[in-house]
Design a protein around this ligand. Structure first.
Ligand code: CS2
Ligand code: MG
Length: 408
């Protein structure tokens, strides 16, 4: 069996999805996602110019050897652009494998460990009452877990994932107005003084059962993160996400020494080598990698198994930038993984998105139910794809009140 051709498409409804389609001499094709948020044309170019020409003629069933060929063969290992491109190829090869076996991928991993996989939604508010409304909206829809972000009194501008105006909370979306970043201002003092009390009020209002998550988005220093994690302990968060950047991984020990608040890290990781120390030293409770960014199903399954040996559960990244193909790959791992925790899941189910990526994966009452179709269980409508083109976007940048550049 041979790979005969592969094509890359960039575009989607209000997203720049990078979709790879690998064709074979047996008529079976595979689909994968290489969407690197706000840098989408780069993995697309890597695929088109370097990787696809090398894939032609290879046996698509040898997904492990092809992964090693891509990773080791590049000489310069890893990096977000390359790993997103490998991730798409790996997903597409698993898709082909599943179609050949006539089985959904979770069966190839070891079958189902659960029927539905719990997901969390994003509640946001310009202020606390606005956030409370946003949380209620998701609780009424049956969500069991909600990530909560709100505007901070005294903060000079809206901070991470917070709408500037009241009432926009449910509609926070990425800015695609060009490659020049918007500038947000961050001030740690008001955040540290306000947010623990706000989280306590949310707990008091919604009771003990709701899983409450909060994303610090790398804004604190390790010492501040330890203070914050300790202060919010009585709230009983499901997790505290990215409390500090995880480049200096030793520094995370400080959080552990001072608090039992569960910690989730990994959405920006693109290699198992960024995960192994945090997992082996049990410095985190949830590993946040995404199948696209971390190089595909092949390496992510290894990360999940390592995590399982150290009481670390999965909490895969599921930002709106991940296409339904990445979300499907994760849905299959989530159905199988003995150490599944939770899945971040944002509204993919718009009619436009469903038309571009038809599938039978479904979300109900805050749970995702994986499709039983062979492979990933997601198709790609090329005629629909013609409606969309690339529009450049950017993450904001963050400056402190004195102008110093800080972590987005
Ligand atoms: C966020 C992301 O989902 C999350 O937890 O941290 O939305 C992140 O800001 C984006 O993926 C950046 O591309
Ligand atoms: Mg995050």
């Amino acid at each position: 069996m041979k790979i005969t051709d592969a094509r890359v498409f960039v575009g989607g409804p209000k997203k720049n999805y990078v979709t790879l389609k690998i064709m074979t001499d047996q008529g079976v094709y595979g689909l994968g996602d290489a969407t690197l948020n706000n840098r989408e044309t780069l993995p697309a170019a890597y695929l088109r110019d370097y990787l696809i020409p090398a894939l032609i003629g290879m046996d698509p069933r040898n997904s492990e050897d092809i992964w090693q060929f891509l990773y080791r063969g590049a000489y310069f290992r890893g990096g977000p652009i390359a790993m997103a491109a490998y991730g798409a190829i790996d997903m597409a090869l698993w898709d082909i494998k599943g179609k050949l076996a006539n089985m959904p991928l979770y069966q190839l991993f070891g079958g189902k460990s659960r029927e539905g996989a719990m997901v969390y939604a994003h509640a946001t508010g310009a202020d606390l009452p606005d956030l409370m409304d946003s949380i209620s909206h998701y609780v009424e829809q049956g969500y069991k877990a909600v990530r909560v972000q709100c505007g901070i009194p005294g903060m000079p501008s809206a901070s991470y994932a917070v709408p500037e105006e009241k009432g926009e909370g449910k509609h926070y979306i990425t800015d695609f107005s060009g490659v020049r970043p918007k500038v947000e201002t961050w001030d740690t003092g008001p955040y540290m003084r306000y947010m623990p009390g706000a989280l306590a009020e949310i707990r008091a209002r919604f009771g003990p059962e709701l899983h409450i998550l909060h994303d610090v988005h790398h804004r604190l220093t390790p010492r501040e993160a330890a203070e914050f994690a300790k202060a919010v302990e009585p709230v009983g968060l499901y997790w505290l996400e990215d409390p500090t950047p995880a480049e200096d991984q030793e520094a995370l020990k400080l959080i552990r020494q001072h608090s039992t608040t569960p910690i989730a890290i990994g959405e920006v990781f693109n290699s198992a080598w960024q995960c192994n120390k945090l997992i082996e030293q049990e410095l985190i409770d949830y590993i946040r990698v995404a199948v696209t960014y971390a190089g595909g199903i092949t390496p992510v399954k290894r990360i999940v198994d390592l995590a399982g040996m150290h009481h670390v559960k999965t909490g895969f990244h599921g930002a709106p930038s991940h296409s339904p193909l990445c979300m499907a790959a994760q849905a299959h791992i989530n159905a199988w993984a003995p150490n599944f925790g939770i899945q971040e899941y944002l509204v993919l189910g718009t009619p436009e998105c469903d038309a571009l990526f038809p599938s039978e994966h479904r979300m109900e009452n805050g749970m995702v139910y994986v499709s039983d179709a062979p492979g990933l269980g997601v198709d790609f409508d090329e005629a629909e794809a013609k409606k969309y083109s690339f529009s450049p976007g950017s993450h904001p940048v963050v400056r402190l009140t004195d102008g110093t550049l800080w972590n987005y």
